[in-house]
Design a protein around this ligand. Sequence first.
Ligand SMILES: [Zn+2]
Length: 77
Amino acid sequence: MKIDLRRIYRFEPAPSSEDGTLPRGGDIYYECKSCGDIVSSVAFHQVACGCGNLSGAQGAVTARDPAGVTPLRGRLK
Ligand SMILES: [Zn+2]
């Protein structure tokens, strides 16, 4: 079952790391610019966005095309 995280969290843009890599953390999420899906940056269970740009598990999510990802900070509503 797919959960729409937008119903649970309020998202705001998260600053990129100084070295240009995507930030990571328990409150950091990645929005795929291609398909619009949002996944946790530290997902423990297997995750992937609809188009496959974002995928990961075990606390590490990677992007095939990092430029196609918007890092967001999520706060519970
Ligand atoms: Zn995608």
